[in-house]
Design a protein around this ligand. Sequence first.
Ligand code: APR
Ligand code: PHB
Length: 397
Amino acid sequence: MRTQVGIVGAGPAGLLLSHLLDLEGIESVVLEDRSREYVENRVRAGVLEQGTVELLTDTGLGDRLHREALVHRGLELRFDGEGHRIDLSGLTDGRTITIYGQQEVVKDLIAARLGAGGDIRFEVEDVALDGLTTDVPSIAFTHDGERHTLECAVVAGCDGFHGICRKAIPDGVLTAYDRTYPFGWLGILARVGPSSDELVYTNHERGFSLLSVRSPEVCRMYLQCEPDEDIGEWSDDRIWDELHTRTATRNGDFTLKEGPIFEKGVAALRSFVVEPMQHGRLFLAGDAAHIVPATGAKGLNLAVADVRRLSEALARFFGSGDTDLLEGYSDACLRRVWRVQHFSWWMTSMMHRFDDHDDFQRQVQRSELAYVTSSRAAATALAENYVGLPIATLEAG
Ligand code: APR
Ligand code: PHB
């Protein structure tokens, strides 16, 4: 088997890369170790930056997105029992965010690739890379009980944090930056309309909570919990009690609507980056190269930014043989990655309860929240990062 770009992983990064390459006339094969059903139903975050929406729209993936997604122009930060609106659009020349579950993006991408005759192999096993520092790298894998070798010109490692691509890079090449947080998020989906028109991020003495939404009939909500929290300990009643407590306002003007919970899970929070994001003919994109804590809602958007850059570099490479953009791939991506790392770490630090904080640190955190919600300059810093900084600011140089 031969193709131009062998892509490991059918998450948002791998699927979008395959789609963008197809539009450039470049062939790819996507290898995924899970089933199609599994990847289409994996519940993740759901905030798309305007730039992400524009890219999806411009490349023909906007139909269902524009029919079903919810456009938001602000968000609320709630602390000390009081809500404060951040006017995202007013502070960023009218930019907006769009709420559309990541698995919906994945479904649209799979439909588009298969509709265009794209080659995605689900449920492959024992994926292994070879010849990464040669001009003919290859990917070995097992499919339907048969071992295959896929020869390519370039391998794209889009196989997420636990994938094999990053690990295929020899020891000593990568520098890893890693931070784990002493808490996780318990996330639920509930069949109920939103209690608020915009997302509500709450800092409460019992811990962070977040009210988000998926559709007029379905809400997504999160509670700060232990990183290894046992979901079995959380009955629906306990979840609602805790959400009511953490989101309550002092003047009692907020009512949290309840509905049947049909999905529950716990995810740890982590910040992680490897540098460089490439080795020989292997290029890492998305969670394979970096993880951000979900507080900034950036994971998917960062993956999209990586593959947009990678597809441009590959178009140049296959079009003219020019390797400049490919060689500069990691440096260009990492400028955005570190900006987003800082923002996600900052939002996480500002919004959560830290058990090891002393009174001084708690007061500093409250002062920061008061500043962000009262100073136009500080609110603008939050807003411009939240809606997504422009490519020109982040990837130039
Ligand atoms: N072989 C083939 N596929 C693999 C392997 C492997 N050895 N290991 C992992 N995969 C697949 C996973 O099953 C998954 O479908 O790679 C895919 C990686 O997808 P994601 O984890 O969704 O990562 P990415 O595409 O980079 O998207 C980033 O997803 O993880 C969230 O919060 C993150 O929103 C961000 C976005
Ligand atoms: C979500 O809707 O799942 C969501 C929203 C905002 C975040 C994280 C997750 O910061």
